[in-house]
Design a protein around this ligand. Structure first.
Ligand code: KDG
Ligand code: MG
Length: 408
C-alpha cells in the first residue's frame, strides 16, 4: 500500500483551519489538522514544501516509522510549527489505519473507558453579574463544568478572554484580525485583589456541584501564582490554568508547595520535553497539550501514559483554533484514556463548520459521545473548502501600565 498524493487547504468559517488530506493507492484517504492559531501559513508551508514530497510512495500503515522519520529527520527538533505539521500527518495516518481496520480509533487504542467524556465551556462576562448570567445559561444547557472569566473593575482594558462587547460570551470565536496585534494592559495587583472574591461569589451562588475552572493565562510570577492558588483554595476549583508561563518547569514547584488547588498547564507545549518534569515530579494535575501542537496521536499516547503513572489527568486544549479533525482525534483519546480528566469544548457547530467537516460526534448535556464511524469519524468537503481563504490574524499583546511587555 502506498501514499499517492497529499493536499493542504487553509481556510474555514471564522478560522484559518489547516487541513491535510492524504490519498492512497487503495482509495482510502486520511485527514489531519495542522492549525497553529494565527501562524497558520507556516505549518502549511512546512507540509507543502518539505513533508508532502517525502510522503509520496511511503506505506501509510507505518505511522510510527513515518513519525520518527520526520521528527528525527528534521534535525532541528520540536517547535510548534514542525510539531503541528507532523501532527496533521500522524492524525491522517491513524485515520487511514482505522478505516482499513473498519474500526473507530478508540478501538485501536484499547476500547472505551467511558461512554461520555465531560467537557467544559467558556463562561465570560463584562463584569461579575454578566458572568453569572453566562454561567447560568450553560447550566441550563446541561454543562457540568465551566471556565469562568470576567472583566475586572479598575483593569485598564478587557481582561483575558473577556469580549469587549457585553453579552458576546457565547461567541468566543474572537476576531483578532490583522497582522498588527491589539495591546491589552494588565495590572497584577488589581487582578489579585478582585478575582479570589469573585470566584468565591460564583461558588456561593451556584453551589458545590458545578465544576469551576479559571484561566490565569500565564500572567503571574511563581510567587504570585502560589499566593493566588492559596487564596482560592476554599472555592474548590476543578483547576487553575496556566498560572505562570511554564518554560521554567521548576516554577511550578513553588505553587505546589503552597497550595492544594489543582493546576492545569500546557496548551502552548509541543513535546514531552516541555512537561516531563512537571509530570514526573507530580507538580501538576492536568496536562493541556493538544494533539495538534503535540505532534499527533503517536506522541500524545505516550504523554498520556506517562501522565497516568503520576496521577496527572488529561485536559486537552480545545479552543476554536482546533478544527473538528483534531477535536475528533481528542474525542477518541478521551474515550480511551484511563486518566481522562476533562475536554475543553467550544461550540464549533455552526452550520458552515458542520458542512465543511461532516461528523456525528455528539455533544449532549455537557458530555461528548464519540462517533463509531471507522477512523477519526469526521470528513472534509473539498467543494465547501473553496468558499474560504486565508485571513491574517494576531493574538493581542500585553503590557503593564508603565509599558513593560508582559505575557498574553
Ligand atoms: O491561541 C491561543 C488561544 O487558544 C488561547 O488563548 C485560548 O487559553 C486559551 C484556552 O484555554 O482555550
Ligand atoms: Mg488557556
Amino acid at each position: 500500500m502506498k501514499i499517492t498524493d497529499a493536499k493542504v487547504f487553509v481556510g474555514g468559517p471564522g478560522k484559518n483551519y489547516v487541513t491535510l488530506k492524504i490519498m492512497t493507492d487503495q482509495g482510502v484517504y486520511g485527514l489531519g489538522d495542522a492549525t497553529l492559531n494565527n501562524r497558520e501559513t507556516l505549518p502549511a508551508a512546512y507540509l507543502q514544501d518539505y513533508l508532502i514530497p517525502n510522503l509520496i510512495g511511503l506505506d501509510p500503515r507505518n505511522s510510527e516509522d513515518i513519525w520518527q522519520y520526520f521528527y528525527r529527520g528534521a534535525y532541528f527538533r520540536k517547535g510548534p510549527i514542525a510539531m503541528a505539521a507532523f501532527g496533521a500527518i500522524d492524525m491522517a495516518l491513524w485515520d487511514i489505519k482505522g478505516k482499513l481496520a473498519n474500526m473507530p480509533l478508540y478501538q485501536l487504542f484499547g476500547g472505551k473507558s467511558r461512554d461520555g467524556a465531560m467537557v467544559y465551556a467558556h463562561a465570560t462576562g463584562a463584569d461579575l453579574p454578566d458572568l453569572m448570567d453566562s454561567i447560568a445559561a450553560y447550566i441550563d444547557e446541561g454543562y457540568k463544568a465551566v471556565r469562568v472569566q470576567c472583566g475586572i473593575p479598575g483593569m485598564p482594558t478587557a481582561s483575558y478572554a473577556v469580549p469587549e462587547t457585553k453579552g458576546a460570551s457565547k461567541d468566543y470565536i474572537t476576531d483578532f484580525s490583522g497582522i498588527i496585534p491589539k495591546t491589552e494592559i494588565w495590572d497584577t495587583d488589581t487582578y489579585m485583589r478582585y478575582m479570589p472574591g469573585a470566584l468565591a461569589d460564583i461558588r456561593a451562588k451556584f453551589g458545590p456541584d458545578l465544576k469551576l475552572l479559571h484561566d490565569v493565562h500565564h500572567r503571574l510570577t511563581p510567587r504570585e501564582a502560589a499566593a493566588f492558588a492559596k487564596a482560592v483554595e476554599p472555592v474548590g476549583l476543578f483547576w487553575l490554568e496556566d498560572p505562570t508561563p511554564a518554560e521554567d518547569q521548576n516554577a511550578l514547584r513553588m505553587i505546589r508547595h503552597h497550595s492544594t488547588t489543582p493546576i492545569a498547564i500546557g496548551e502552548v507545549f509541543n513535546s514531552v520535553w516541555d512537561c516531563n518534569r512537571l509530570i514526573e515530579d507530580e507538580l501538576i494535575d492536568f496536562i493541556r497539550l493538544a494533539v495538534t501542537y503535540g505532534g499527533g496521536i503517536t506522541p500524545m499516547k505516550r504523554i498520556i501514559e506517562l501522565a497516568g503513572f503520576h496521577n496527572v489527568r488529561t485536559g486537552f486544549h480545545g479552543a476554536p483554533s482546533h478544527s473538528p479533525i483534531s477535536m475528533a482525534a481528542q474525542h477518541h483519546l478521551n474515550a480511551w484514556a484511563p486518566n481522562f480528566g476533562i475536554q475543553e469544548y467550544l461550540v464549533l457547530g455552526t452550520p458552515e463548520c458542520d458542512e465543511l467537516f461532516p461528523s456525528d460526534h455528539k455533544m449532549e448535556n455537557g458530555m461528548m459521545y464519540v462517533s463509531d464511524a471507522p477512523g477519526l469519524g469526521v470528513d472534509f468537503d473539498e467543494g465547501e473548502a473553496q468558499r474560504y481563504s486565508y485571513k491574517p490574524g494576531s493574538h493581542p499583546v500585553v503590557r503593564l501600565q508603565d509599558g513593560t511587555m508582559w505575557n498574553y
